[in-house]
Design a protein around this ligand. Structure first.
Ligand SMILES: Nc1ccn([C@@H]2O[C@H](COP(=O)(O)OP(=O)(O)OP(=O)(O)O)[C@@H](O)[C@H]2O)c(=O)n1
Ligand SMILES: C[C@](O)(CO)[C@H](O)COP(=O)(O)O
Length: 250
């Protein structure tokens, strides 16, 4: 049996930094909830993949009509993002093989493009470790001295922003996450767990506009990005394959 593709979408966060009246994945973005927008992008790129959505067990906002995938299931979100991802891996374990590729994508990144998703999957198809979308750091980097003043200017040489999706083989990812947690390693993304077991994830250069909606101003920014991406498609400056919403979108 050939390896299958799974999508794990952690969507159980509370959005504390956003400070809205509901978790940020349910705030409107161009007239649709952020969660619906993110799933639309994933479906446009990878329609036959299997989805596991991590949702807060107490979630009262979720509507299953926002899920375009034929094959999907839900997993109970945990206290931290990593706990939600571990719960998702447990939920797919009965049907997942060790060499199946699992892409983990934050629900809070609705601007990921079809082109980046397709390129990531292609780049990881034969990679024994796996990897992640990432963007090289563009600004001069300062380290503070703890008093609100600059302590040093750090070299940005070789520094990247870790984006999502991050994709790894099911068996490796599950082992790495469990080991990292049992050793008390701080895991803010899948790659850091895989690094902690001595592997080097592949860096796949992705678009800088694949932003994570985190703070209030990010919502307006994401709306502008979606609009600009759509304009680029309509103006013909983006090929259908590279289109942010897929060849068949309006
Ligand atoms: N216990 C958690 C925490 C986070 N997430 C998800 O992980 C992604 C990245 O997390 P972050 O941006 O930190 O989201 P929140 O936890 O919602 O935000 P905050 O930290 O501001 O509360 C989001 O898609 C979020 O829904 C999750 O599934 N389970
Ligand atoms: C996974 C991630 O989006 C990569 O940048 C990020 O690590 C999530 O971090 P947060 O601490 O939950 O905001």
């Amino acid at each position: 049996m050939s390896a299958r593709l799974w999508l794990v979408v952690p969507a159980a966060g509370q959005g504390r930094r956003m400070g809205a009246d509901r978790p940020k994945q349910y705030l409107p973005l161009g007239g649709r909830p952020v969660l619906a927008r993110t799933l639309e992008r994933l479906f446009a790129a990878l329609p036959t993949s299997r989805l596991c959505l991590c949702l807060d067990p107490e979630d009262s906002y979720f509507d299953s009509s926002w899920v375009p995938f034929a094959d999907w299931r839900r997993a109970p979100g945990g206290g931290e993002r990593v706990d939600s991802v571990i719960a998702a891996l447990a939920a797919i374990a009965p049907d997942a093989a060790d060499d199946d590729l699992v892409l983990v994508h934050d629900v809070a990144r609705p601007c990921v493009t079809v082109d980046d998703l397709v390129r990531l999957v292609a780049a990881l198809a034969e990679d024994p470790v796996g990897g992640l979308l990432a963007a090289p750091v563009a600004d001069t980097m300062k380290r503070d001295d703890g008093t609100g003043r600059v302590g040093a200017t750090e070299s940005r040489e070789g520094l990247w922003h870790a984006l999502t999706p991050q994709g790894f083989r099911f068996g490796l990812l599950r082992r790495a996450l469990h080991e990292a947690l049992s050793r008390g390693v701080r895991v803010t993304d899948e790659a850091s767990a895989v690094e902690a077991v001595g592997q080097s994830p592949r860096l796949v250069a992705g678009r800088r506009d694949n932003l994570k909606i985190t703070h209030p101003e990010d919502l307006a920014l994401a709306e502008l990005v979606l609009f600009a991406q759509q304009q680029a498609v309509q103006a013909g400056s983006s090929t259908p394959e590279a289109s942010p919403t897929g060849a068949n979108s309006t």
